[in-house]
Design a protein around this ligand. Structure first.
Ligand code: PLP
Length: 426
């Protein structure tokens, strides 16, 4: 099936119990066992099935099948938030003493997780400028267990050269984990370019209407976890019958050892599960993702072109503009569509940035992206305000930067509202 078809049909056979055509919401905490043998088999992984909704739920399963198909992955695991998805993608393979190498132009929350929280668990992050892929190679040490970057960075709008970074990961026998929130599988199937693990905040474009919080991790099923570098995948698991994930699973499950471990170790024991209601919201939202992404990108391009010619605007970042630093990668990684985000620098710095935000009325001023509605924020005083000025600089955030998540309203109304903001900032 093509992607547009998968968005609607993957993971959605009519419900076997009721023939319901739409995906049902299974609002239950637990599932009754047929008998004691059935219960024992489920717990021993001899048989797959539902036990308790912290571990899996049929509504969640439908969402996971759909997203795994869209990303071209072998399995997926949905979690309570994009943040939980990122945390679990790391802690599934890293323990105290381990390191990762990460891009430095990250979503503010991810930067804080890597810079301030993971070190408290003994996991160190070496940050690099991802726009020079060789930087990843220079920062790898014998303790490095993964490389991490965003496909299209939040908010700087840098496109990562995933293929080049994945070549470096391959040469060192470590996986590349990418956060594909800003691209979604509609703009880029990162696994096709060599990513081993893909994470997404479902909260954003995948859901598409700002109605729930969720995240998902997709396992490509292509990484070979066997070997001393990954003790969590190779040594007997003390909390799970001594299973060695990279060795002991039946053939059918062996390729998705990473996804299975994440479900039965971090998800089961740390508990960041998605609710069935939110899983349903995201599975539903995905049905219109290709149409929405097309429109988001089309409107973003029109906004970028409009701002570029405005005298009050110092600079614009949108990979679809011919002189954008990421333009060369736009064709290969974003199908030439430029993405759904526009960031720009307004003349007059911090004060003008704030006045712009005060001046718009249709744009919602809030800390989210990927809604059908147009959204605006001033990162230096909000999402990235915990960062030092140097860290803000590394993340591509200057005081005058305004971030626009361009919605799917009529472009004339979007431009009219931007004009109001610019007038207020004069
Ligand atoms: C929002 C966002 C996250 C975090 O997702 P939540 O669902 O809010 O936890 C991670 N990465 C990127 C790029 C994001 O935009």
């Amino acid at each position: 099936m093509k992607l547009e078809t998968q968005c609607i049909h993957a993971g959605s056979a009519p419900d076997s119990a009721t023939n319901s055509r739409a995906i049902p919401i299974y609002r239950t905490a637990a599932f009754q066992f047929n008998n004691t043998e059935h219960a024992a088999n489920l717990f021993a992984l001899k048989e797959l099935g539902n036990i308790y909704s912290r571990l899996m739920n049929p509504t969640q399963d439908a969402l996971e099948q759909r997203v795994a198909a869209l990303e071209g992955g072998a399995a997926a695991l949905a979690l309570a938030s994009g943040t939980a998805a990122i945390f679990n993608s790391i802690n599934n393979i890293c323990q105290a003493g381990d390191e990762i190498v990460s891009a430095d132009n990250l979503y503010g929350g991810t930067f804080t997780m890597f810079n301030d929280i993971l070190p408290k668990f003994g996991i160190k992050t070496n940050f690099v400028d991802p726009n020079v892929p060789e930087n990843f190679a220079s920062a790898i040490t014998p303790n490095t267990k993964a490389l991490f970057c965003e496909t299209l960075s939040n908010p700087a709008c840098d496109i990562a050269d995933i293929e080049a970074i994945s070549d470096i990961a391959k040469a060192h026998g470590i996986p590349l984990i990418v956060d594909a929130t800003f691209t979604t599988p509609v703009l880029q199937r990162s696994i096709d370019f060599g990513a081993n693990i893909v994470v997404n905040s479902l909260t954003k474009w995948m859901g598409g209407s700002g109605t729930g919080i969720g995240g998902i991790v997709i396992d490509s099923g292509k990484f070979n976890w066997k070997g001393d570098k990954f003790p969590l995948m190779n040594e007997p698991e003390s909390s799970y019958h001594g299973v060695r994930w990279a060795h002991d699973l039946p053939d059918m499950l062996a390729p998705v050892a990473y996804a299975i471990r994440m479900r039965v170790i971090p998800l089961r024991n740390l508990g960041a599960c998605i609710s069935p209601d939110n899983a349903w919201i995201f599975a539903q939202g995905l049905e219109t993702l290709p149409l929405r992404m097309q429109k988001h990108c089309e409107n973003a391009k029109a906004v970028a072109e409009y701002l570029k010619d405005n005298k009050q605007v110092e600079w614009v970042r949108f990979p679809g503009l011919p002189d954008d630093p990421s333009h060369a990668l736009n064709e290969k990684y974003l199908s030439g569509l430029g993405g759904p985000m526009v960031v720009f620098g307004i003349k007059g710095g911090l004060e003008a940035g704030k006045s712009f935000i005060e001046g718009v009325s249709m744009f919602s001023h809030l800390a989210n992206v990927g809604d059908a509605k147009s959204l605006a924020i001033h990162p230096a005083t909000t999402t990235h305000s915990q960062l030092t000025p140097d860290q803000q600089g590394d993340a591509g955030i200057s005081p005058e930067l305004v971030r626009l998540s361009v919605g799917i309203e009529h472009i004339d109304d979007i431009i009219e509202d931007i004009d109001k903001g610019l007038a207020a900032a004069k």
